[in-house]
Design a protein around this ligand. Sequence first.
Ligand code: DUC
Ligand code: ZN
Ligand code: ZN
Length: 488
Amino acid sequence: MSDSIYDLVIRGGTVATSSDVFAADVGIIGETIVAIGSGLPAGKTEIDARGKLVLPGGVDAHAHIEQLSAAGIMNADSFESATKSAAFGGTTSVICFAAQHVGMDVREVVTDYTALAKRGATIDYAFHIIVSDVTDKVIVEDIPALVAEGFSSIKIFMTYDRLRVEDEKLLDILAAARDAKALVCVHAENHGIISWMVKRLTERGYTAPKYHPVSHARLSESEAFTRLIAFSELLDQPIMIFHVSTREGAAVIREARGRGVKVFAETCPQYLFLTADDLDKPGAEGAKWMCSPPARTTDDQDALWRALELGDLQLVSSDHAPYRFDDTGKLRAGPNPSFKQIANGLPGLETRLPLLFDAMVSNGRLGLSKFVELTSTAPAQIYNLPGKGSIAIGKDADIAIWDRVREVTLTDAMMHDKTGFTPYVGRTITGWPETVLLRGRVLVEGDRFAGQPGDGRLMLREGGAAAAPGGRRVAEMDPARNFGAELL
Ligand code: DUC
Ligand code: ZN
Ligand code: ZN
């Protein structure tokens, strides 16, 4: 076997891409897929995939890792623990955040986060740059330089004290991103509605976690989407709307895309599988299900599934934001905090793919190829990770081999992140990634983790969807609507 041309052959499995499902062996040399076909010659090593599904490793385009919140609370996970948990859930690439807080130098922030990831990550990673302090230096120097270096997406918050940027500054960012060919990702909720609701609810004594979804009124989402899309249209700058949670929000995106506005959008498992009722628990327990925007209703879940089916939403990310249920995280303000004092966010890197596989493949909702598209192929395309997102010749051999019949009941203890709980505890999933490869090397094999901190590689990116050719200039679409846009 030593004269074999392949270092590894994955033999006899069923390969799935975003367009096809077919029986094939996969031949790998070094880090790369070099052959897909039947009856490939023996490899130096082989993996028997008979009866199994051979899928591209997941690409999770939205995860908060080793990140300090604006309130000063550190995520429970390091790069090592977060990426290990991602790998156990079949994900081999992650885009996380280099988060600037007010007063910080963006360049130093990027240097610091890349150093943390280089030391700890066990899967490949890229960064969105969070900008919260929109200075002239950020606009004139940092964004052009960092985008040119391969940090080609910027994230902005329209809400959250100490993070949000006002409309004018948001326009500055969109204009700078347009010139640099960066994508702008946005947490879009109306800040005024939320802070006013929080104040009113708190004054009336409604402080339990179950009032958090009330405070993030559903209209705060559709209003912010509408305003953001107007800005995007004004400047002809592509945007990615993060974590869509409502039927109305999805409808706003559908309408804008129908007009040709370059709006991309994601949703997350928490909006497809949880509802606001999950927060209605005794004491502070509901804090474990608290994220922003909050989970909504089963009607919203149906609307989001439909929006994924129609392509109005193009991907599903985790928004992994882990805070422990103790005084280092969710309960930092004490055992009975007001919902306003509770850190927002859920762990999800590990459960994203199994939850979606169970719904989409095992229970037949949209099917296997759509599962691959939403969780791997589309994020790789939109964020310009050309080596990732498919089983195809020339791609990185990032592969998850799934046992499609294995049943797993989720427990807190089985998770590999450091949060200490999963909001999906008790759910039984059919289908599980049993072997996971990163660039041709086994990372996970059953319960065994074979990765090492530092195995992950920084992925520098060109502009992705922001730089893609095609699409009409907004001014061409409707000159009257965008009078003067060409001068900006
Ligand atoms: N909301 C955010 O905006 N970010 C992290 C997690 C969350 O719930
Ligand atoms: Zn967000
Ligand atoms: Zn987030």
